[in-house]
Write a protein that binds this ligand. Structure first.
Ligand SMILES: [Zn+2]
Length: 170
């Protein structure tokens, strides 16, 4: 989190569009952090997006697109993997962005399968809140119990492995 993954996704979308490609952007419906019909990065870059509840709905829209971009994939159901493969087999370029681990450091949603089938994987890191080291973990500082708590700055802090391990049992 705070690693610039949405910023990176938006840059990729814009780059495909500048090549004349038609790009459709999707996100899970639960993400209402900033706006419902767009994907917005923490630095307030923005592209229009379809919000869908189930990953299978992406297949209803894809026919006229060259490229399908999907944000926050960790919050989608596991059928996303099948959807992504269907799109790739139909000749579409599929770009996904998501958080690889939940706040307990466990693989998140369909991410492990997506990592396995991807042609290319780019891991982004952010900076540890405490030691400025390379942060790979999200430590939850809110009291919410559900796993689907969106990555807002008041709820999570990015931590490196050693600061995460030091804090998680407190
Ligand atoms: Zn640290």
């Amino acid at each position: 989190m705070f690693s610039g993954k949405t910023t990176q996704l938006i840059a990729t979308v814009n780059s495909f569009r500048s090549e004349g490609k038609t790009v459709f952007v999707f996100k899970p419906k639960l993400d209402t952090r900033y706006a419902d019909k767009s994907v917005v990065s923490h630095d307030k870059n923005e592209v229009d997006a379809y919000s869908v509840e189930k990953s299978i709905e992406i297949l209803d829209y894809h026919l006229n697109a060259d490229v399908i971009a999907i944000d926050e994939v960790q919050f989608f159901d596991e059928r996303l993997v099948e959807v992504v493969e269907t799109l790739a087999n139909a000749g579409k370029t599929v770009v996904t962005a998501g958080l690889d681990m939940d706040y307990l450091g466990r693989p998140f949603g369909a991410i492990p399968m997506l990592l396995t089938i991807a042609d290319e994987v780019k891991k982004l890191n952010s900076v540890c809140t405490f030691c400025s080291g390379r942060a790979r973990f999200s430590h939850r500082i809110s009291q919410d119990n559900g796993i689907v708590v969106l990555g807002e700055k008041d709820k999570y802090v990015p931590l490196c492995r050693s600061c995460y391990n030091e804090l998680k049992d407190k």
